[in-house]
Ligand binder design. Structure first.
Ligand SMILES: Cc1cc2nc3c(=O)[nH]c(=O)nc-3n(C[C@H](O)[C@H](O)[C@H](O)COP(=O)(O)OP(=O)(O)OC[C@H]3O[C@@H](n4cnc5c(N)ncnc54)[C@H](O)[C@@H]3O)c2cc1C
Length: 386
């Protein structure tokens, strides 16, 4: 067992940190308060090789590891927390599912542009009546000629206002086995979005209506039976979400540490009060523990042993720990921490959302409990004979 980064990983981290300090430090505050996707940052990152880090070079990626992508998130977030969203969008979640399961033609049409920082893909899983119980989704794909007609409503998709294409979970047939996914470009006839609304973190979300949208066979990603593969891809989304939670918690910890080393009250530095020192000690324990859980899940996934349990443990812990570190940092920074003059309040709002998104902490704990007792626990009401 070795808890050090390799020399290559350290060099990579230093290079990404240098890139972030040169290009992203200036304007970090304004960027966070702008709800728009940071296209300028996406193009800079594409040129720097920070999009598609884990994807094959033949697909326009970098041929790196999941650990490299996590290190990139961490290095970028310490300089410009909002830009970590761009690393996420170009490496985790729907883009990974597309890279993993897309046909060469689908990758040619959608993936390459995303990896050049010129396009975005969003994922439409959640529906008004299917949130945590995602397999209750009602969006249907019914055969029409060579393709399908898709009807349904999706909510809460990150980047839905800016994405060129939506990886849409659909139902080809009944039950979990009937679920698969299709790629729907936003210009498809019948694809319509409602008025934009805002999450607490400032990001926009829109309701997407799919009214008899025709999807040709060339845009089917995973047919019925594809749900397990999609969720395996989604575990990687969870790892990115986990990394950002912890990274933003660490960013706030560092902001508060600098504050405590300069701000004086009662004629002494805040850092000299034991009540403040203990807050830092507790934050450090949480950040270190979270880091180890995150790296365990990532290193094992890179070894070809991705574990839903390890990912759930890491995400449940880091979502909570990241938020608590932002919260304590805000407290330590007093009135200033509660203003929009620093990014602490933004990180606090952002981390709060990850406790709900991508498998809420409660749903992850259900998953962990199944590992603890080595059996599944149906969340559905018991069946009656009537
Ligand atoms: C910031 C953000 C970004 C998002 N991005 C996307 C996206 O890109 N694409 C997408 O499709 N969706 C996205 N979502 C939606 C997200 O996946 C859902 O909000 C999430 O799955 C929870 O569903 P729900 O909101 O319907 O809450 P519900 O499922 O109604 O749950 C409400 C509460 O009950 C708890 N709960 C539910 N079932 C159980 C149970 N069995 N045991 C214990 N507790 C339970 C939940 O944990 C939660 O606290 C995003 C959400 C947020 C907040």
């Amino acid at each position: 067992m070795n808890f050090e980064l390799t020399p290559e990983q350290q060099t990579f981290c230093d290079a990404v940190r240098g890139f972030a300090e040169k290009h992203l430090l200036e304007g970090a505050l304004a960027r966070a308060h702008d709800p728009a996707y940071s296209w300028d940052v996406a193009r800079l990152m594409a040129a720097q090789g920070l999009l598609g880090i884990t994807m094959p070079e033949a697909d326009g990626g970098q041929g790196g590891t999941l650990m490299d992508a996590i290190l990139a998130i961490e290095a970028v977030a310490m300089v410009c927390p909002k830009s970590a969203d761009v690393v996420q969008a170009g490496n985790f979640g729907p883009v990974r599912v597309l890279a993993e399961y897309g046909t060469p033609d689908q990758k040619e049409r959608y993936l390459r542009k995303i990896l050049r920082g010129e396009s975005l893909i969003c994922v439409g899983m959640t529906e008004p009546e299917a949130g945590s119980a995602v397999t209750d989704l009602k969006t249907t794909a019914t055969p029409d000629g060579d393709g399908y007609r898709v009807n349904g409503v999706k909510v809460f998709q990150t980047h839905a206002s800016y994405a060129e294409v939506m990886l849409t979970y659909v139902r080809f047939g009944p039950g979990v086995g009937g679920i698969g996914s299709v790629l729907i470009p936003r210009e498809a006839p019948g694809f319509r979005q409602g008025a934009p609304s805002r999450f607490v973190n400032g990001d926009e979300w829109v309701q997407t209506y799919l009214d008899n949208v025709y999807v040709g066979p060339e845009n089917v990603l995973l047919k019925e039976g594809g749900f397990k593969k999609q969720i395996a891809g989604f575990n990687v989304e969870r790892i990115g979400n986990t990394a950002r939670s912890l990274a933003l918690g660490r960013y706030c910890y560092e902001q508060a540490r600098q504050w405590a080393l300069t701000r004086k009250q009662f004629g002494r530095l805040l850092a000299e009060f034991q009540g403040i020192q203990w807050k830092f000690a507790e934050m450090k324990v949480k950040l270190d523990a979270g880091q180890l859980l995150l790296y365990r899940a990532v290193v094992n996934a890179d070894k070809g042993l991705p574990s839903a349990e390890e990912t759930a443990v890491a995400k449940a812990y880091c979502n909570q720990a990241g938020f608590e570190c932002c919260d304590e940092a805000m407290q330590i920074m007093g009135g200033m921490g509660y203003t929009e003059e620093t990014l602490v309040e933004w990180c606090w709002r952002k981390c709060r959302g990850w406790m709900i998104a991508g498998g809420s902490i409660e749903i992850l704990k259900n998953r962990i409990a199944e590992s603890v007792f080595e059996r599944s626990f149906s969340q559905r009401p018991p069946k009656t004979d009537k």
